[in-house]
Write a protein that binds this ligand. Structure first.
Ligand SMILES: CSC[C@H]1O[C@H](OP(=O)(O)O)[C@H](O)[C@@H]1O
Ligand SMILES: Nc1ncnc2[nH]cnc12
Length: 306
């Protein structure tokens, strides 16, 4: 598939299966070396004519559980379309009293509580070894840009939705929610939010040299509050629709400017070339088929012709 010159990709989470204010152009059904994405990727046009790509993380009809999301295919397909910056949305539990259901947050740190059952690297199963830097798991330039823009949008039209900054999110395996003991433990670790989706997505975006940030939308208080019920799916569903409507509004307000910022390049500068010192030196043991596979996401380092 040819690059569509789409610079910005959006990953929609629970409740967010489409965006507003965009002109649908086509659905791209892209097969990658890691299989097909969660859903055909919608290529849409903004009022200026710039294009964005949208993928529904759990499929258009929410048929893919968090542990089974084909995250490598999602990230690889977005990269193949030309995407350089990913704006991901996620429904999350709140581990802090001040982050009420209905509030939004942009995290800067992650604690990994997935169980090793999700393929978490493009290099897994290949003869090439790479160690991506992940100390700052989100793209801080993109995060800073979003903090200003999302806050402005929420203040103007967010109906009182508060934005929290610089938060730490736990990514658990699921699909069951946490126990009270786990929820309390995550608070003692300094975590503020919890979901089941930000990993391995953020790791894979880093390996593909894509700027990645998450807009976390709180649906519930998880299970740490002493005299409250523990979280249930029906509780999550009560807030999900309002959060998704607000997410669509935020996306519609910022995507044009995000495309512009991405085309000017500054918010992408952290990622460009970031893998060059992460990939172990080429040796005779690297198999041609692996080099070819990795060229799909990192053509500048894996040119099969060399
Ligand atoms: C529907 S509750 C749990 C589910 O919701 C979140 O999904 P997403 O991050 O895609 O919005 C959470 O991570 C779980 O997968
Ligand atoms: N409490 C919670 N735990 C994990 N993922 C969630 N997504 C929404 N609420 C959640």
């Amino acid at each position: 598939m040819e690059s569509e010159n789409v610079l910005v990709g959006v990953i929609g989470g629970s409740g967010l299966y489409h965006l507003d204010n965009l002109t649908f152009i086509k659905a791209a059904n892209i097969e990658t070396p890691w299989g097909y994405p969660s859903s055909p990727i919608s290529i849409c046009s903004l009022p200026s004519g710039a294009r964005v790509a949208f993928v529904a993380r759990h499929g258009k009809h929410h048929s893919i559980s968090p542990s089974a999301v084909p995250a490598r295919a999602n990230i690889a397909a977005l990269k193949r379309l030309g995407v350089r910056a990913i704006l991901a949305f996620s429904a999350v539990g709140s581990l802090r009293e001040e982050i009420a259901p209905g509030h939004f947050a942009i995290p800067t740190q992650i604690i990994d509580r997935t169980k090793g059952i999700r393929p978490a690297s493009f290099f897994e199963g290949t003869s090439v070894v790479a160690h991506a830097a992940f100390g700052d798991p989100f793209s801080l330039k993109l995060v800073k840009w979003l903090e200003t823009e999302v806050e402005k949008t929420l203040k103007e039209h967010g109906g009182g939705v508060v934005l929290h900054k610089d938060k730490c999110i736990v990514c658990m395996e699921g699909p069951q929610f946490s126990t009270r003991a786990e929820s309390i433990m995550y608070r003692s670790w300094g975590a503020d939010l919890i979901n089941m989706s930000v990993l391995p997505e953020a790791k894979l975006a880093r390996e593909a040299e894509l700027a990645y940030a998450l807009i976390a939308t709180a649906t519930d208080y998880d299970s740490w509050r002493p005299h409250s019920e523990t979280v249930t799916a029906s509780q999550v569903l009560q807030t999900l629709q309002a959060n998704a409507n607000c997410s669509r509004h935020v996306a519609a307000s910022i995507l044009e400017d995000l495309h512009l910022a991405a085309s000017q390049g500054d918010i992408l500068s952290e990622e460009k070339g970031s893998m060059s010192f992460s990939i172990m030196p080429k040796s005779g043991d690297q198999k041609d088929e692996d080099v070819q596979k990795l060229a799909y996401i990192l053509p500048q380092y894996f040119n099969p012709a060399n």
